[in-house]
Design a protein around this ligand. Sequence first.
Ligand code: PLP
Length: 416
Amino acid sequence: MRLINKLNELRSAPAISMHVPGHKNMTVGNLDRLNWMDDMTEITGLDDLHSPEGVLLELNEFLSGKYPGYMAQAVVNGTTTGILSAIYALKDKVDQFVVIDDAHKSVYHGLDLTGASFQKKSSEEILTMELKNKALILTYPTYSGDGIKDLAHIIEKSRAGGAAVIVDEAHGAHNDIAPGFLPSAMNYGADIVVQSYHKMLPALTGASAVFTNDRQLHRTMMKYIDYFETSSPSYLILASIELAHQFYNDFVHTEFYDRRLEIMDYLQSLDFTVIESDDPAKIIINREGMSPYQLIDILDEAHIYSEMVTDEGVLWCLPLFHVGHGYPLSSLFERLDKLSYDGTDPALVRGEDLSFLIGKEAVRTVVPYPPGVPIIHAGEHFTHDIVKTIIHKRYYHVKMEGIEDNIECYKVEDDT
Ligand SMILES: Cc1ncc(COP(=O)(O)O)c(C=O)c1O
């Protein structure tokens, strides 16, 4: 029972969560209202997720209340299902997709499956482009909580220029939850918006919602959601979407901003530096005299688990604190006080030689995870800079999906 033992181990540590899901080990939100007995299936009275007419239609209508004018569909297979469905729903309506800035692998998987033509552009470039018959795919906010400066303008220009806009709001289900938070792209009329409720709101992993503002497009989306999503939806996940949405509606921000400030002050008193992001629920932390990769190891050791590490620092997803939350804040402070900074910086470990990859064609897309943004796509050629980045990330133990297949392919060829 390895998995069960590992989970029990984390529970008894007890682990402190600075990562998704937003319920932070069930200390934030109202998921205690769920009962294991709620793991039902589509029996009489529980409706049909892919053709909802009863309680699930009511759930969707409840979600639609977030942005009047939008239709919503609860999803149990995460935002990935919504992104794949969105690309399929638009593939025959547009000549080309335009992927703006970095995008999650699910975007590339959708484009790969459909075989659709696409190009990559930056959010600055898009403002000068001819957009007719194109579909833009934007990621907003980013994994680290950054917004897009000209979001309103980009969407406005796209609509006026005859382009459709898909927004991957996986990290923004809590957009607009209170003053100071980022505004959703739905405020500006994006055509399809997909949000992971499970990331920043207190919902179970897998909980997402798809929003569309056109009935015909919504129907096409429903067709593809039916293709990609399980036909045995988890009612625990569906119920958690309802609870998270109620949480969103009831949220009062005072407690959140007070506790956020307390955490940032505490970190600074211990010689941490804190970088704030556009999303107030994301911060990036560093500590003088060590790399972020060493810092995350030290935090893990103390059972304080972070969301991600990059060269910029360690990313924390802050809890959406509310009155009555059960988040172990004093325990967090005690552990931060006692952190031991001895040990070797993984930066001192020598990197491996992957120079044989330079110039070779990637046989599989390589994706550092997290954040899940591809660094090179299958069919592209490894450059010196890409290989350098891969070596750098690997000796910092960043997980790299797809790299082993490339190494195996060319290492063998090289050895013969
Ligand atoms: C930007 C982005 N989009 C989409 C996804 C996929 O979301 P989900 O895990 O809900 O399928 C992720 C997951 O990390 C992501 O970071």
